[in-house]
Write a protein that binds this ligand. Sequence first.
Ligand SMILES: Nc1ncnc2c1ncn2[C@@H]1O[C@H](COP(=O)(O)OP(=O)(O)OP(=O)(O)O)[C@@H](O)[C@H]1O
Length: 271
Amino acid sequence: MTAVVCRGVGASRGGVEVLHDVDLEIRAGTWVSLVGPNGSGKTTLLHALAGLVPATGRIDVAGVDPGRARRREIARAVALMPQRPVVPEGTTVRELVALGRTPHLSRFGPSTRADREVVDEVIAQLDLHDFAGRYASALSGGELQRVVLARALAQQPRVLLLDEPTSALDLGHQQQVLDLVDSMRRANELTVIAAMHDLTSAAQYGQRLVLLDRGRIVADGPPAEVLTAERLRDVYAANVEVLERRDGPAVLPVRGDGPVAAVRSSRPARR
Ligand SMILES: Nc1ncnc2c1ncn2[C@@H]1O[C@H](COP(=O)(O)OP(=O)(O)OP(=O)(O)O)[C@@H](O)[C@H]1O
Protein backbone atom coordinates (compact mmCIF):
# COMPACT_ATOMS: atom_id res chain seq x y z
CA MET A 1 0.00 0.00 0.00
CA THR A 2 1.23 3.49 -0.82
CA ALA A 3 1.40 5.86 2.15
CA VAL A 4 2.77 9.04 0.60
CA VAL A 5 2.57 10.45 -2.90
CA CYS A 6 4.07 13.74 -4.11
CA ARG A 7 3.68 14.77 -7.73
CA GLY A 8 5.41 17.89 -9.00
CA VAL A 9 5.45 19.43 -5.53
CA GLY A 10 6.84 22.91 -5.05
CA ALA A 11 6.82 25.24 -2.07
CA SER A 12 7.95 28.78 -1.29
CA ARG A 13 9.30 30.41 1.84
CA GLY A 14 9.39 34.17 2.21
CA GLY A 15 8.22 34.55 -1.41
CA VAL A 16 11.05 32.45 -2.84
CA GLU A 17 10.47 28.98 -4.29
CA VAL A 18 12.71 26.66 -2.27
CA LEU A 19 11.26 23.27 -3.24
CA HIS A 20 10.94 22.33 -6.89
CA ASP A 21 9.16 19.55 -8.71
CA VAL A 22 9.37 16.88 -6.00
CA ASP A 23 8.11 13.45 -7.06
CA LEU A 24 7.94 10.76 -4.38
CA GLU A 25 6.01 7.60 -3.80
CA ILE A 26 6.52 5.83 -0.47
CA ARG A 27 5.15 2.44 0.50
CA ALA A 28 3.49 2.08 3.89
CA GLY A 29 5.86 0.80 6.55
CA THR A 30 9.01 2.18 4.91
CA TRP A 31 11.61 4.35 6.63
CA VAL A 32 12.82 7.05 4.24
CA SER A 33 15.76 9.14 5.41
CA LEU A 34 15.72 12.62 3.94
CA VAL A 35 19.22 14.00 3.61
CA GLY A 36 20.81 17.07 2.08
CA PRO A 37 22.85 20.13 3.01
CA ASN A 38 21.61 23.01 5.16
CA GLY A 39 18.87 24.91 3.40
CA SER A 40 18.23 22.18 0.80
CA GLY A 41 14.52 22.03 1.64
CA LYS A 42 14.16 19.07 4.03
CA THR A 43 12.14 20.94 6.65
CA THR A 44 10.06 22.64 3.96
CA LEU A 45 9.17 19.25 2.44
CA LEU A 46 8.24 17.79 5.85
CA HIS A 47 6.13 20.88 6.60
CA ALA A 48 4.39 20.61 3.22
CA LEU A 49 3.56 16.96 4.01
CA ALA A 50 2.16 18.04 7.39
CA GLY A 51 0.08 20.83 5.81
CA LEU A 52 2.07 23.55 7.60
CA VAL A 53 3.31 25.30 4.45
CA PRO A 54 1.27 25.64 1.28
CA ALA A 55 2.50 23.60 -1.66
CA THR A 56 1.82 23.38 -5.36
CA GLY A 57 1.42 20.05 -7.14
CA ARG A 58 -0.30 17.04 -5.58
CA ILE A 59 0.30 15.60 -2.11
CA ASP A 60 -1.43 12.61 -0.60
CA VAL A 61 -0.42 11.48 2.89
CA ALA A 62 -2.26 8.39 4.13
CA GLY A 63 -5.26 9.34 2.00
CA VAL A 64 -5.28 12.96 3.18
CA ASP A 65 -4.51 16.07 1.13
CA PRO A 66 -2.71 18.21 3.72
CA GLY A 67 -3.36 21.37 1.70
CA ARG A 68 -7.14 20.97 1.95
CA ALA A 69 -8.00 18.72 4.88
CA ARG A 70 -8.94 20.03 8.32
CA ARG A 71 -6.18 20.11 10.94
CA ARG A 72 -7.81 17.37 12.98
CA GLU A 73 -8.03 15.05 9.98
CA ILE A 74 -4.40 15.74 9.07
CA ALA A 75 -3.28 15.19 12.67
CA ARG A 76 -4.87 11.74 12.76
CA ALA A 77 -2.86 10.71 9.71
CA VAL A 78 0.44 12.55 10.18
CA ALA A 79 2.55 13.57 13.17
CA LEU A 80 5.51 15.91 12.91
CA MET A 81 8.34 16.03 15.39
CA PRO A 82 9.65 19.53 14.69
CA GLN A 83 13.25 20.65 14.70
CA ARG A 84 12.49 23.56 17.04
CA PRO A 85 9.63 22.64 19.32
CA VAL A 86 7.57 25.40 20.87
CA VAL A 87 6.60 24.57 24.42
CA PRO A 88 3.72 26.33 26.11
CA GLU A 89 4.84 27.87 29.41
CA GLY A 90 3.58 26.04 32.49
CA THR A 91 2.98 22.71 30.71
CA THR A 92 4.23 19.56 32.36
CA VAL A 93 5.86 16.76 30.41
CA ARG A 94 2.83 14.54 30.88
CA GLU A 95 0.47 17.27 29.69
CA LEU A 96 2.63 17.91 26.65
CA VAL A 97 2.69 14.23 25.69
CA ALA A 98 -1.08 14.02 26.27
CA LEU A 99 -1.56 16.82 23.70
CA GLY A 100 -0.70 14.15 21.13
CA ARG A 101 -4.10 12.56 21.84
CA THR A 102 -6.02 15.77 20.93
CA PRO A 103 -6.95 14.74 17.37
CA HIS A 104 -8.45 11.50 18.71
CA LEU A 105 -10.62 13.03 21.44
CA SER A 106 -14.28 13.66 20.80
CA ARG A 107 -14.87 17.39 20.48
CA PHE A 108 -14.47 19.04 23.88
CA GLY A 109 -14.65 15.53 25.37
CA PRO A 110 -12.36 14.31 28.14
CA SER A 111 -9.59 11.84 27.49
CA THR A 112 -10.56 8.21 27.89
CA ARG A 113 -8.78 5.49 29.78
CA ALA A 114 -7.40 4.25 26.41
CA ASP A 115 -5.95 7.72 25.74
CA ARG A 116 -4.27 7.76 29.14
CA GLU A 117 -2.87 4.27 28.54
CA VAL A 118 -1.31 5.39 25.26
CA VAL A 119 0.31 8.34 27.07
CA ASP A 120 1.59 6.08 29.87
CA GLU A 121 3.00 3.67 27.33
CA VAL A 122 5.03 6.21 25.34
CA ILE A 123 6.26 7.83 28.57
CA ALA A 124 7.56 4.41 29.61
CA GLN A 125 8.99 3.61 26.18
CA LEU A 126 10.99 6.83 26.11
CA ASP A 127 12.07 6.54 29.74
CA LEU A 128 10.36 9.78 30.72
CA HIS A 129 8.91 8.65 34.06
CA ASP A 130 11.27 10.78 36.09
CA PHE A 131 10.35 13.88 34.07
CA ALA A 132 6.59 13.40 33.84
CA GLY A 133 5.70 16.01 36.49
CA ARG A 134 8.31 18.58 35.49
CA TYR A 135 7.68 21.66 33.39
CA ALA A 136 8.68 20.96 29.79
CA SER A 137 10.22 24.44 29.52
CA ALA A 138 12.75 23.47 32.21
CA LEU A 139 14.18 20.44 30.39
CA SER A 140 17.50 20.17 28.61
CA GLY A 141 17.44 20.20 24.80
CA GLY A 142 17.87 16.44 24.58
CA GLU A 143 15.25 15.70 27.24
CA LEU A 144 12.77 17.96 25.44
CA GLN A 145 13.51 16.24 22.13
CA ARG A 146 12.44 12.91 23.63
CA VAL A 147 9.29 14.48 25.07
CA VAL A 148 8.35 15.96 21.71
CA LEU A 149 8.88 12.57 20.06
CA ALA A 150 6.66 11.05 22.75
CA ARG A 151 3.92 13.56 21.87
CA ALA A 152 4.21 12.61 18.17
CA LEU A 153 4.04 8.88 19.00
CA ALA A 154 1.05 9.42 21.29
CA GLN A 155 -0.71 10.79 18.23
CA GLN A 156 -0.55 7.26 16.74
CA PRO A 157 -0.12 8.55 13.21
CA ARG A 158 0.14 6.46 10.08
CA VAL A 159 2.97 8.66 8.81
CA LEU A 160 5.60 9.99 11.22
CA LEU A 161 7.70 12.97 10.09
CA LEU A 162 10.89 13.51 12.07
CA ASP A 163 12.94 16.68 11.61
CA GLU A 164 16.44 15.92 12.85
CA PRO A 165 15.09 13.78 15.69
CA THR A 166 18.41 13.08 17.38
CA SER A 167 20.29 16.36 16.91
CA ALA A 168 20.35 17.07 20.67
CA LEU A 169 20.71 13.50 21.91
CA ASP A 170 23.75 11.70 23.33
CA LEU A 171 24.88 8.52 21.60
CA GLY A 172 22.89 6.15 23.81
CA HIS A 173 19.67 8.12 23.52
CA GLN A 174 20.15 8.45 19.75
CA GLN A 175 20.18 4.67 19.43
CA GLN A 176 17.33 4.23 21.90
CA VAL A 177 15.10 6.71 20.06
CA LEU A 178 15.87 5.48 16.54
CA ASP A 179 15.46 1.83 17.58
CA LEU A 180 12.14 2.62 19.25
CA VAL A 181 10.79 4.40 16.18
CA ASP A 182 12.00 1.53 14.02
CA SER A 183 10.30 -1.07 16.22
CA MET A 184 7.06 0.93 16.00
CA ARG A 185 7.45 1.10 12.24
CA ARG A 186 7.72 -2.69 12.07
CA ALA A 187 4.93 -3.38 14.54
CA ASN A 188 2.35 -0.93 13.13
CA GLU A 189 3.33 -0.49 9.48
CA LEU A 190 4.20 3.07 10.43
CA THR A 191 5.74 5.08 7.60
CA VAL A 192 8.71 7.16 8.75
CA ILE A 193 10.22 10.11 6.90
CA ALA A 194 13.17 11.43 8.85
CA ALA A 195 15.36 14.41 7.95
CA MET A 196 18.78 13.45 9.23
CA HIS A 197 22.23 15.02 9.01
CA ASP A 198 24.14 11.97 10.22
CA LEU A 199 24.42 10.06 6.96
CA THR A 200 25.59 6.84 8.62
CA SER A 201 22.50 6.73 10.87
CA ALA A 202 20.34 7.78 7.94
CA ALA A 203 21.65 4.77 6.02
CA GLN A 204 21.38 2.38 8.97
CA TYR A 205 17.72 3.09 9.64
CA GLY A 206 16.42 4.14 6.22
CA GLN A 207 15.62 1.47 3.67
CA ARG A 208 15.68 4.33 1.25
CA LEU A 209 17.54 7.63 1.11
CA VAL A 210 16.20 10.72 -0.61
CA LEU A 211 18.89 13.34 -1.20
CA LEU A 212 17.80 16.94 -1.67
CA ASP A 213 20.01 19.66 -3.09
CA ARG A 214 18.78 23.24 -3.54
CA GLY A 215 15.17 22.14 -3.33
CA ARG A 216 15.35 19.26 -5.80
CA ILE A 217 15.67 15.51 -5.35
CA VAL A 218 19.07 14.62 -6.81
CA ALA A 219 19.21 10.97 -5.71
CA ASP A 220 16.64 8.49 -4.41
CA GLY A 221 17.29 4.85 -3.70
CA PRO A 222 18.90 2.30 -1.38
CA PRO A 223 21.54 3.90 0.90
CA ALA A 224 24.48 2.14 -0.77
CA GLU A 225 23.47 3.57 -4.14
CA VAL A 226 22.83 7.10 -2.95
CA LEU A 227 25.86 7.53 -0.69
CA THR A 228 28.91 7.68 -2.90
CA ALA A 229 31.97 9.76 -2.05
CA GLU A 230 31.77 11.54 -5.39
CA ARG A 231 28.14 12.52 -4.95
CA LEU A 232 28.71 13.69 -1.39
CA ARG A 233 31.60 15.82 -2.56
CA ASP A 234 29.44 17.36 -5.26
CA VAL A 235 26.41 18.01 -3.06
CA TYR A 236 27.98 18.78 0.32
CA ALA A 237 31.42 20.02 -0.80
CA ALA A 238 32.79 17.51 1.71
CA ASN A 239 35.73 15.14 1.76
CA VAL A 240 34.49 11.73 2.84
CA GLU A 241 35.30 8.09 2.69
CA VAL A 242 32.33 5.75 2.28
CA LEU A 243 32.93 2.43 4.01
CA GLU A 244 30.89 -0.61 3.08
CA ARG A 245 29.62 -2.30 6.21
CA ARG A 246 27.22 -5.15 6.83
CA ASP A 247 24.49 -2.83 8.13
CA GLY A 248 24.92 -0.29 5.34
CA PRO A 249 27.42 2.31 4.23
CA ALA A 250 29.24 4.39 6.84
CA VAL A 251 30.32 7.88 5.92
CA LEU A 252 33.59 8.98 7.42
CA PRO A 253 34.66 12.61 7.09
CA VAL A 254 38.25 12.82 5.90
CA ARG A 255 40.35 15.76 6.87
CA GLY A 256 41.69 17.41 3.74
CA ASP A 257 44.10 20.27 3.01
CA GLY A 258 41.24 22.52 1.99
CA PRO A 259 37.74 22.31 0.66
CA VAL A 260 37.00 19.07 -1.20
CA ALA A 261 40.60 17.91 -1.46
CA ALA A 262 41.64 14.30 -2.04
CA VAL A 263 38.34 12.46 -2.06
CA ARG A 264 38.78 8.73 -1.63
CA SER A 265 36.28 5.94 -1.55
CA SER A 266 36.57 2.32 -0.47
CA ARG A 267 34.68 1.37 -3.63
CA PRO A 268 34.27 2.90 -7.04
CA ALA A 269 32.16 6.03 -6.95
CA ARG A 270 28.87 5.89 -8.82
CA ARG A 271 26.49 8.59 -9.77
N1 LIG B 1 10.28 31.24 7.19
C1 LIG B 1 11.13 31.37 6.16
N2 LIG B 1 11.23 32.52 5.47
C2 LIG B 1 12.08 32.67 4.43
N3 LIG B 1 12.88 31.68 4.01
C3 LIG B 1 12.84 30.52 4.65
C4 LIG B 1 11.96 30.28 5.76
N4 LIG B 1 12.14 29.02 6.20
C5 LIG B 1 13.08 28.48 5.40
N5 LIG B 1 13.51 29.37 4.48
C6 LIG B 1 14.52 29.13 3.43
O1 LIG B 1 14.09 28.00 2.67
C7 LIG B 1 15.20 27.22 2.28
C8 LIG B 1 14.95 25.77 2.70
O2 LIG B 1 14.98 25.73 4.13
P1 LIG B 1 14.71 24.41 4.94
O3 LIG B 1 14.56 24.79 6.38
O4 LIG B 1 13.60 23.66 4.30
O5 LIG B 1 16.07 23.60 4.69
P2 LIG B 1 16.68 22.34 5.47
O6 LIG B 1 17.18 21.42 4.40
O7 LIG B 1 15.69 21.79 6.43
O8 LIG B 1 17.90 23.01 6.22
P3 LIG B 1 18.68 22.59 7.60
O9 LIG B 1 19.43 21.34 7.29
O10 LIG B 1 19.60 23.76 7.79
O11 LIG B 1 17.67 22.45 8.68
C9 LIG B 1 16.43 27.86 2.90
O12 LIG B 1 17.05 28.65 1.92
C10 LIG B 1 15.85 28.73 4.00
O13 LIG B 1 16.67 29.85 4.24
